[in-house]
Design a protein around this ligand. Structure first.
Ligand SMILES: Cc1cc2nc3c(=O)[nH]c(=O)nc-3n(C[C@H](O)[C@H](O)[C@H](O)COP(=O)(O)O)c2cc1C
Length: 386
């Protein structure tokens, strides 16, 4: 009897734990934008506020492309691969000739792989846009919908919401498909208070749709794709750099008629020596002018230079690095030296620390009679990016 009672209590405890875990799960909403002048970003912040208002959803705003606008420079750039990780995506873009912007269109054009895997099928989506005069803005919203519908996303329109509360004495960007802002109309600051209010309402209703559809999509789609991990489990490469206190140096300027990197297809080719603050760190030949310890430090500096160039090649989003393909370490050594592998492990370990399994690479090392600028080391690297 005691045994039966104990098992019964065990089952109850398990059910209660699962229930609490389900309650703890916060819906993850990506607010994916392109913005030139910041108007779309202003709307995105309101949508994010609305999404987070319920307390059950978390919103993250990311760009489709790195921006030189200082207002946007702190925002991360999203990768195509991370899109299926979310429970819903709110897309925001400027209106370009009654259509979505070029950068948004280019980003969506890269989603063919997701489309063929049905990776976004059944995921809720909503759209908002910043316009100038507003000419063609509903056409633009609809053109957004065309692409998202092909992905099988569940499109959440705005409908007629909040119109009774907005200031009707001036033109406002309300549409039934989603919020817009009429940025070139000068009679008030844009987005106007009413447009901000509508964007927040859109965020609130979108969070409800996203939360309501979580279970359905989890069963049908997530289980199919083993590459999809829960957002909480996936640590971004840039976060890992921060955690390990790894600071990338400024990109060394080319010392001749060449580029810091060349991209050919999905491969990026980079070559660096041990430049630190414009000078070679501890120049010279191992065993003659410099010690093994000093060459190891020079190898670390060289690899950080490589990573800094790589970071530039992926527009500051190292999550776009698919893998490190090959590293070649060349060391300035005497003829009889044979412990090149020990020296190169410094570079290899650094790459694996940063990229985990994707950092594991093929490798070659060798000694040379001399190296450019009398550096003790040169590293050649090949990475695959998206
Ligand atoms: C190439 C181009 C085309 C545009 N076409 C339109 C348009 O058809 N209708 C409109 O209302 N505004 C149009 N605009 C204005 C932008 O939509 C407007 O400036 C918007 O607020 C920019 O958003 P942002 O501040 O997020 O960059 C266009 C702007 C550009 C650069």
């Amino acid at each position: 009897m005691r045994k039966i009672y104990a098992s019964f209590m065990g089952v109850i405890l398990m059910l209660m734990t699962n229930f609490t875990m389900a309650q703890d799960h916060k819906t993850q909403v990506l607010i994916l934008i392109h913005s030139d002048h910041g108007g779309t970003y202003e709307l995105a912040k309101e949508v994010a506020k609305g999404v987070e208002r319920s307390g059950k959803s978390r919103a993250v705003v990311k760009l489709v492309k790195k921006s030189s606008n200082p207002k946007l420079s702190g925002l991360a750039v999203a990768t195509v691969e991370e899109l299926p990780n979310y429970d819903g995506i709110a897309f925001g873009s400027p209106v370009y000739f009654g259509n979505i912007s070029t950068a948004m269109s280019e980003f969506l054009a890269k989603t063919v792989d997701l489309w063929s895997k049905h990776a976004l099928q059944g995921m809720p989506a909503t759209v908002f846009m910043s316009a100038g005069s507003g000419a063609g803005r509903e056409l633009a919203m609809q053109s957004f919908w065309n692409t998202l519908a092909v992905h099988g996303m569940i499109l959440a329109p705005m409908g007629i919401q909040g119109n009774d509360k907005i200031d009707q004495s001036i033109p406002q960007g309300n549409t039934v498909l989603g919020t817009t802002s009429l940025a070139s109309l000068t009679n008030t600051e844009r987005p106007s208070k009413s447009e901000r209010y509508l964007a927040e309402l859109q965020g609130i209703s979108f969070a409800k749709v996203a939360a309501g559809l979580v279970g359905i999509r989890d069963n049908r789609e997530r289980s199919k794709n083993d590459k999809i991990t829960d957002l909480d489990d996936k640590q971004s490469v840039n976060q890992r750099l921060e955690e390990k206190h790894i600071v990338l140096p400024k990109i060394p300027q080319p010392a001749g008629n060449y580029h810091p990197y060349v991209r050919s297809g999905n491969l990026v080719f980079i070559n660096q020596v041990a430049l630190k603050d414009g000078k070679i760190f501890k120049p010279g030949k191992l065993g003659v002018e410099v010690s093994e310890q000093e060459v190891k430090k020079a190898t670390e500096i060289t690899m950080l230079n490589v990573l800094s160039v790589l970071n530039d090649a992926v527009d500051g989003d190292l999550n776009r690095v698919k893998r490190c393909v090959q590293l070649t370490g060349i060391f300035n050594t005497e003829d009889h030296y044979s412990k090149h592998a020990d020296l190169m492990n410094v570079a290899s370990n650094l790459v694996v620390t940063i990229f985990d399994d994707n950092g594991k690479h093929a490798r070659a090392t060798f000694g040379a009679a001399s190296l450019p600028l009398n550096s003790s080391v040169e590293i050649q690297a090949v990475f695959e990016i998206d």
